[in-house]
Write a protein that binds this ligand. Structure first.
Ligand code: NAP
Ligand code: MG
Length: 402
């Protein structure tokens, strides 16, 4: 059978440890036999980042802007232990942070739902996608531990020397203060990324903050979203038959618990951090979670939500068998290939992506899965496979569909 042809290359960002091993197996077993795979390859493995003084990460982000679609393997974010382990010149920044900043992107995460791995919330029939604003608020704060009685003020000094001053609190004893901020430009990008992604995936968009209490700060988020929606997206949403609405975060939480799923929930930075952990835990496993970074001008970077699975990698190095779940990494590839197929009008590539996902889920539904899933599945007859056997089982399934 002739291999599926591609037009534009995908930006391929290779990574570290166990996920780097899975990356190669996925390419060899599930992609290269079927696709004349065109990629522009960037090795974001820590050794190569160190050799290039992290230039490779910057180059890969620039290539993503140029071509429009990237697929990324999990990478190590160096800490003190990694400095010695890899003999690093510097404690290089998180590649995800660098890429996110370059693309001004928003991260959308959704659980991969499959029969046999049911979410704790029984009525969640479809995945809930979480969109988390990735700039500012408490993640860029300034804090003071107040030693005793005194007056705390909030002061803004304009470039022209003008001043806005408000009293935070007249302290009569010790306490704490925190200063946080956000910028309209970042909130606008966040809003546009959410609206574009909702249109792209034909799902309703919910946005929630605590504007009843935070009458200026949170209200600003609400107003920016509404303004951009009315001016740029309302007609497109109507045409697509989808809805945007704003609600109070308390109300959103209550509604989410009773909903069927199949929508996007946009959250401020902190809310998104907490709520995405809640949704992913309720759905069973971090290894069953997709993640895509979307820029406001429609550039996409697909990846798995989990890390490099270090513990499994050390087992692998010592010659022990591993049972590492490759589903999220496979879905990063299928997501990127499908998007490339859509942009280049290659229906065959899109249909291959669909088949690859179906073959992967079908393998799990037939009872063949990695150990992390055997522990949580409701299926009765299950076989725990090792990393390689699982990918080979998907290959067999895929082969029968081609
Ligand atoms: P992790 O790699 O996500 O793994 C944490 C634990 O979750 C694993 O030890 C494993 O549990 C389980 N797990 C995660 N993915 C799995 C999979 N695919 N199959 C089976 N089990 C899985 O997080 P980490 O250990 O905290 O971080 C390791 C490295 O990844 C760090 O250097 C960190 O910087 C990096 N990281 C990268 C990204 C990214 O590139 N997007 C994200 C997060 C972390 P058991 O050991 O109990 O089996
Ligand atoms: Mg968190």
């Amino acid at each position: 059978m002739a291999k599926i042809q591609m037009k534009t290359p995908l930006v391929e960002m290779d990574g570290d440890e166990m996920t780097r091993i899975l990356w190669q197996m996925i390419k060899d077993e599930l992609l290269l036999p079927y696709i004349d795979l065109k990629t522009e390859y960037y090795d974001l493995g820590l050794e190569h980042r160190n050799e290039t003084n992290d230039q490779v990460t910057i180059d890969s982000a620039e290539a993503t802007k140029k071509y429009g679609v990237a697929v990324k393997c999990a990478t190590i974010t160096p800490n003190a232990a990694r400095m010695t382990e890899y003999n690093l010149k510097e404690m290089w920044k998180s590649p995800n942070g660098t890429i996110r900043a370059a693309l001004d992107g928003t991260v959308f995460r959704a659980p991969i739902q499959v029969k046999g791995i049911e979410p704790c919330v029984k009525n969640w029939e479809k995945p809930i996608t979480l969109a988390r604003h990735a700039y500012g608020d408490v993640y860029k704060n300034t804090e003071i531990k107040v030693p005793g009685a005194g007056k705390a003020e909030l002061v803004f000094t304009g470039e022209d020397g003008s001043e806005i001053r408000k009293t935070i609190q007249e302290f009569t004893g010790p306490g704490i203060i925190q200063g946080i901020h956000n910028v309209d430009k970042s909130i606008e990008s966040f809003a546009r990324a959410c609206f574009s992604f909702a249109l792209d995936t034909k799902q309703d968009l919910w946005f929630a903050t605590k504007d009843t209490i935070s009458k200026i700060y949170d209200h600003n988020f609400k107003d920016i979203f509404q303004d951009i929606f009315d001016k740029e997206y309302k007609e497109k949403f109507d045409a697509a038959g989808i809805e945007y609405f704003y609600t109070l975060i308390d109300d959103a939480v209550a509604r989410v618990m009773k909903a069927k799923g199949g929508f996007i929930w946009a959250c401020k930075n902190y809310d998104g951090d907490v709520m995405s952990d809640m949704v992913s835990s309720a759905c069973g496993s971090l290894a069953m979670m997709t993640s895509v970074l979307v820029s406001p001008d429609g550039v996409y970077e697909y990846e798995a939500a989990h890390g490099t699975v270090q513990r499994h990698y050390y087992k692998h190095l010592s010659g022990e068998e591993t049972s590492t779940n490759s589903v999220a990494t496979i879905f990063a590839w299928s997501g990127a290939l499908r998007k490339r197929g859509e942009l280049d009008s290659l229906p065959e590539l899109c249909s291959f992506a669909d088949k690859l996902e179906k073959a992967t889920l079908g393998t799990i539904e037939s009872g063949k899965m990695t150990k992390d899933l055997t522990q949580i599945t409701s299926l009765k007859e299950v076989t725990a496979l090792n990393s390689e056997q699982f990918i080979k089982a998907i290959r067999e399934n895929l082969e029968s569909m081609m």
